[in-house]
Write a protein that binds this ligand. Structure first.
Ligand code: COA
Length: 286
């Protein structure tokens, strides 16, 4: 007879790991033997790690990936659901707060974020998937709203993510049928930017990170926040928000950066904005 699953004895600190290499923080869901499903311990640790990395000068881009064969198999059915339900409503609510708060932190992260989906991505994992600004997956990754297969609805934002990232019919089919999408199918439906052969995935993510590192970091932050904000605004509100956001950007270095970039294009003719990025190392403070 199979052994029933037991709570994971791994200390909280080990549920997430990260390496910082040349300006890129590679953050890993680190419960590979549990397919990186999100337990309360992992959620708690992830928020700590994200907080620690957000304002470090040696981190310019954050990549979220998974150790082993999974990106994340969603919420931990034992530790996040069953044990909390046995404990009572306060435990359920507290688990939700811990999970949702790191996803929110990631949605509004100061630095650009890339999801590198190396394998399984289910249910609750759609929260962090949507939270990442960009996403690249391996061709053999699998994406699924498996909730319907075990008699719940796709909560924790997962229904919203499907409806946001896919067309209506696709989202409905995906949620109702409980069938998985392969990497290329997920890319075709807009869940990720690109799907690549597993052995090319990291190099592509590195390439994207290297491009992002060269952009003006304040302009990049303002840009990614703007794209997220305007999705929920009317056209007129978006137009106005973007004026205010640019004016705010001018106040913290934006004006100097723009003047320098304009000089490099119009006067020095050392770059063309349509073909690449200006040299930000030449910006002088206002
Ligand atoms: N919650 C709790 N435990 C999970 C889990 C989850 N979401 N996903 C995997 N695990 C555990 C398994 O129970 C197993 O534990 P054990 O070693 O104590 O038996 C271990 O991780 C390995 O999983 P296993 O199912 O043997 O791996 P697999 O590679 O054959 O299959 C999946 C991988 C992801 C297809 C399968 O584990 C699965 O369907 N997981 C649930 C996915 C899901 O519905 N998530 C939605 C939650 S909102």
């Amino acid at each position: 007879m199979a052994m029933p699953s037991q709570p994971d004895p791994r200390p909280q600190e080990e549920t997430v790991k990260f390496d910082i290499v040349d300006g890129v923080a590679w953050v890993y869901f680190n419960r590979p033997d549990k397919r990186n499903c999100m337990s309360p311990k992992l959620n708690r640790q992830m928020l700590k790690v994200l907080e620690e990395l957000e304002f470090r000068d040696d981190v310019q881009v954050l990549v979220l990936t998974g150790e082993g064969s999974a990106w994340s198999a969603g919420m931990d059915l034992l530790e996040y659901f069953r044990l909390a339900e046995e404990e009572g409503l306060h435990a359920i609510r507290s688990n939700q707060r811990e999970a949702y708060s790191w996803w929110e932190r990631l949605r509004w992260y100061e630095k650009p974020t890339i999801g590198m989906i190396n394998g399984w991505c289910f249910g609750g994992a759609y929260g962090p998937l949507f939270a990442c600004d960009l996403a690249y997956c391996s061709d053999d990754a699998q994406f699924g709203l498996s909730e319907i297969n075990w008699a719940i609805l796709p909560g924790g934002g997962a229904s919203k993510v499907a409806a946001e990232l896919m067309g209506f019919r696709d989202a409905m089919y995906h949620a109702m049928m409980g069938e998985n999408l392969t990497g290329p199918e997920a890319a075709a439906k807009g869940m990720v930017n690109e799907s690549l052969p597993a052995d090319k995935l990291k190099a592509r993510v590195q390439q994207v990170a290297d491009v992002l590192k060269k952009k003006d970091s304040q302009a990049l932050r303002a840009t990614k926040w703007a794209v997220r904000r305007v999705r929920e605004m009317t056209y007129d509100n978006a137009e106005d928000y973007l004026i205010r956001a640019q004016e705010a950007l001018n106040q913290f270095g934006g004006l100097a950066a723009r003047k320098e970039a304009t000089k490099q294009f119009l006067d020095e003719k050392t770059f063309k904005p349509g073909l690449g990025v200006f040299d930000k190392t030449k910006v002088k403070a206002d």
